[in-house]
Design a protein around this ligand. Structure first.
Ligand code: NAP
Length: 171
């Protein structure tokens, strides 16, 4: 099971101004890229805070929402609330026939997977913005070594960078 971490960042590497900041600062090209890559994978994993900013499941894909309160939240076939451990969750998705999954934030959930060394690829879409402060890809001290796999300009201002992960460590 290939796990692809996909996040929108600013030129200074910020994923938001704070933990409540909606991802409403990316342009149409970023949204189109997000839809394309998540539909191709067929399944997306995100944290409950990120899901709450969206308000509803993304159509045409299986949405897995990580939460400790899964018993209180009603799902459907395409919307699953779970507190499964990352490894167990990936094994289950593999049994269901998925071969890749998009891990789509936020930083807390990204960190859960990074701590288990379960991220194979990182794709960042860089918007032409600098926040000067804010959140990052991970919520803890995670260090990642990577190699460049692909670099694409999308639209006028967006750059999508794909890195293969070589090693992940944490303090
Ligand atoms: N730039 C981007 O591309 C991008 C992408 C995604 C999100 N974001 C931004 O990131 C922010 C949210 O990120 P965040 O890090 O605060 O939250 P998050 O990762 O979206 O969700 C955190 C939640 O995950 C659940 N959780 C934590 N540990 C868990 C575990 N071991 N097992 C099961 N569930 C667990 C908890 O939910 P419960 O409280 O329900 O238990 C926790 O509150 C938002 O502002 C969003 O806009 C940016």
């Amino acid at each position: 099971m290939k796990v692809i971490l996909l996040m929108a960042i600013t030129l200074d590497g910020r994923t938001g101004k704070n933990a409540m900041h909606l991802v409403d600062w990316t342009d149409l090209e970023d949204k189109k890229f997000f839809v394309q890559i998540t539909k191709k994978a067929g399944v997306i994993i995100m944290g409950s805070k990120t899901f709450d900013t969206l308000g509803a499941a993304l159509p045409g894909r299986k949405n897995i929402i990580m939460t400790q309160n899964h018993k209180d939240r009603a799902g459907t076939d395409n919307l699953v609330f779970t507190d499964q451990k990352p490894q167990e969750l990936l094994e289950q998705l593999k049994k269901e026939g998925f071969t890749q999954v998009i891990l789509a934030g936020g930083p807390t959930i990204n960190t859960l997977f990074a701590r288990e060394k379960l991220i194979d690829e990182i794709i960042v879409t860089v918007s032409p913005l600098i926040f000067g402060y804010g959140t990052s890809l991970f919520s803890e001290k995670i260090a990642v070594e990577m190699e460049l796999k692909d670099l694409q300009q999308r639209g006028k201002d967006l750059v999508a960078i794909t890195y293969a992960v070589k090693n992940i460590t944490h303090d």
